[in-house]
Each structure stands twice: as C-alpha cells, then as structure tokens.
Design a protein around this ligand. Sequence first.
Ligand code: AMP
Ligand code: ZN
Length: 477
Amino acid sequence: MAPIKLYNSLGRRLEAFEPLDPGHVRLYTCGPTVYDRVHIGNLRTFVFEDVLRRALRYFGYRVTQAMNLTDVEDKIIAAALQAGVGIGRFTAPHVASFFEDLSTLRIEPVEHYPRATSHIDEMIAMVEQLLEAGYAYRADDSVFFRIAADADYGKLSGIDLEQVRRGARVRSDEYGKEDARDFVLWKGAKEGEPEWASPWGPGRPGWHIECSAMSQKYLGRTFDIHCGGVDNLFPHHENEIAQSESANGSPLARYWLHAEHLTVDGEKMSKSLGNCYTLGDLQARGLSARSIRYLLISVHYRQQLDFRFARAAEAERALKRIDDMRFRLVHEPEQAVDATPVEAAVTEFEAEFGAALADDLNMSAALGAVFRFVHDVNGVIDGGLPVGARHRVEGALQRADQVLAVLDSGAWAEDAGPESGDAAGALSDADVGRLVEARSEARAARDFGAADRIRDELAAAGVVVEDTPAGSRWKRS
Ligand code: AMP
Ligand code: ZN
C-alpha cells in the first residue's frame, strides 16, 4: 500500500499516514447544521472530505466514515420557533436538500449519518462521565466543561488561554460558569424550546458534545482521521478533544485535517453581501454540476479557494479538453502501430497522479497530470492509435476518476459539435461511432452484406462513411 502523507493540524506538520487497523481507515467529518440549504463554502469542505475518502480507497484502504447532522442548535430553534413548527418539521427539507446537493456533486454516500436528536442518551452518558471525573460541573440548570481541569486544553489550536479569558463574553444564560472560558455541555431548558429529560433536569445538549458522543459510537474511542473546515478547529474541535480525551483517557483522533475557506470574489461569503451562493444558485446561472465539483477540488484544500464565475468558465473549458480527447479516442480507428508511446503515457500518468494524491492530496498537481496525459494521448492519436490503446487510456482515466469524479460518461458524444444530433430522428455521435465501428468489424470479418446494411442505415441518417487507409472516418452530409 502506497504511503500517503497528510498535514496533521495536531502538531502542524506533514506526516506519513498509517491507520490504527492496517488497511482500514475510520474517518469522522463534521456535518452541516441543517437550518438552511448548505452554501458552496460548506460544499467545498464536504467535497474535500469526499476526495480524501476516495483517495484512501484509491490506495486500497477500506473506509468507515461518519458525518453528523446537527439538527438541534440555537439557530435551528430560533428559526423553527419563528416558522411556528417543531424542529423536526423545520429541519426535514434542509436535510433533504443537503443529501440532494451531495449527490449532485457526486459525493459518495458515507457509512453513517448520525443525527444529534437521535443520540441524546449517548451524550448524556458522556456528560455524566465527565461530571464523575471532575471535568464538568453543574451551574444553574446547565452543565459546563471545566477547562482548568484539563491540563492539555489548547493542544490542537495552540490557543492562548489568557487571551480567551479576556476575550470571552459570558452569555446571559451562562452566568453560572466558574470561568469565562468554560463551555456548555448541557443547556437547561427554556420556555418554548425543545427539551429532553436528563439527570440534571430537562434541557438539550451543547454542540460540541454531539460530535464526541457520536464519533465514539460509530468509530470507537480512538479513530484515525477527523476533518472539518478551519472554522471548526477552535473552539469546536478543541472542545471535542477536551471532552472525549478527558472522558476516555485516550486520544480522540490521530490525524486532524482542516479545509481552508471558500471566498467569493475575494470576500468572505455573507448573506448581507449577497454572495452566499448555494449549489442551486450556481446551476441556475448555467454551471454544470461537474464543473462546480472540478472547481471545488482544483485548489489545494489548505489554500483558500476564491470562487469567481470566470473560473467556473475555465473549469468548463478544462473538462471540455478531456471530453474532446475521449471523443477522438472513440472515433479513431485502431491500427497496427507501435504501442510504446501510449504505454509510456499511461505509466507516467498513473505514477504522477498517485504521487500527487499521496502528497497531502495535491489536487492541482493531480489535475496537471491529467492534462499532460490528455496532451500526450492527443499526440498519440495524431500519429495513429495502436491496437488496445483506447482501452488502456480509458481505463487509466476511469481509475483517476474514481477520485476526481468529474468525467461525464456521455459528454464527449453529446457535446461534440454544433452539428451533432439536430436532424429529426438523427443518430447521436455516440450512436454513429458505434455503428461505424460495427461496420468496420463486419468488413474485417468479410461480412460485406452486414457492412452495407450499416452503411445504408448511416446514409439514411445523413452520415457519410469514408474508408481511408487509416480506417473509416465519417461526417454528416
Ligand atoms: P456548519 O453547517 O456551519 O457547521 O458548516 C459545515 C461545514 O462547512 C464545516 O466543516 C465548516 O467548517 C465548513 N464551512 C463553513 N463555512 C465555510 C466556508 N466559507 N468555506 C469552507 N468551508 C466552510
Ligand atoms: Zn463536529
């Protein structure tokens, strides 16, 4: 199994990745707060996590992944109250649109999507453990985590605790805290808010305890990789570590990966600037899902990605270059010529692509390898396509696409040119390609009757076939 290097936020360095169980990676990714449709910034992080998952599988690992859905939280409660419905009714359409967006962007379904509201018992159990061990205390109707009891609090973010103390604003419902830095594990119930019974009276869980309780349930006390966007690093992930490691006495996750943020036209996305796009907004402006995915994966995950519409157009053009090469590949007859150049191109491509992925998911280098390959294959086609080359090239592209997930199975046929498929009852370019190939095969088998029938069928659809020394070519008359 090829070693893969990943940048671990815990320790801030590139490390060779080794899962705890050989061959099996357990991965936790913080999911959405389902109070609205997710925006393309959230999707950048989710697409990065999908590329990580796919890359691990590309290198032969089995992956067990859990992504939580935060379906109870202040913003959800406020919005549900305003809409006059329960939180379940309120979040249902946002949960549905989340899964639709994932599928549109070809994000692979993961093994577990635990919802916070279905895991309250597990959260209560962990809070009880923390209370018993002295890491938590009750104040008013709530329970807080006692940061002073946790000697290595801050090890992920390297946060200056004095600064946090000075900067911390104490919310009106958290006056009972011993220390301004302490965070809430369980919030006592308020009038009109959803509540669950607990040993400390009715209330609801804090946000951070969700991920600690659910990751443990689905992945065990210590698992391999924990991901999220950079804004999750502090305080959310720091607090998850504090809770889980204090409760269990063992490390939570061994590698922590954080995706940088997506900005729009150089600015932070925000509703007030009107630049907070959803996937639907981009699709309504004519962008294809695969070009959006391409754009989201094309910048290294540890660099900010600045979304601009001009870049989306570049993504479309880049994909068209791959489509065009695949189109040529399908239509070019194979000949008895030397296969060495195409073999060399495939070998070089696979080595470069794998090395780029293994280098902390360097997707710009991986895509660079794809375009060098496209260029090389076009050169091969110019000189004559050797027998078996179509299969070799397409196979290499499909393997890379297990990670990229941007190739379009039919795009090279359908987008081939303005003339394609416009006559009534016309054959698509893909159909023509298949018929021309079938005719060549019939001729090679000296079944001239069948070959002529196919030629007539093509002629009826306005397609003329020319037989040249290099094989059959076709055009629309
Ligand atoms: P939330 O629903 O706010 O909990 O966010 C879901 C995921 O999206 C988290 O991993 C966040 O870190 C991530 N995220 C939020 N905003 C952005 C952004 N502008 N760019 C990239 N990722 C983001
Ligand atoms: Zn989380």
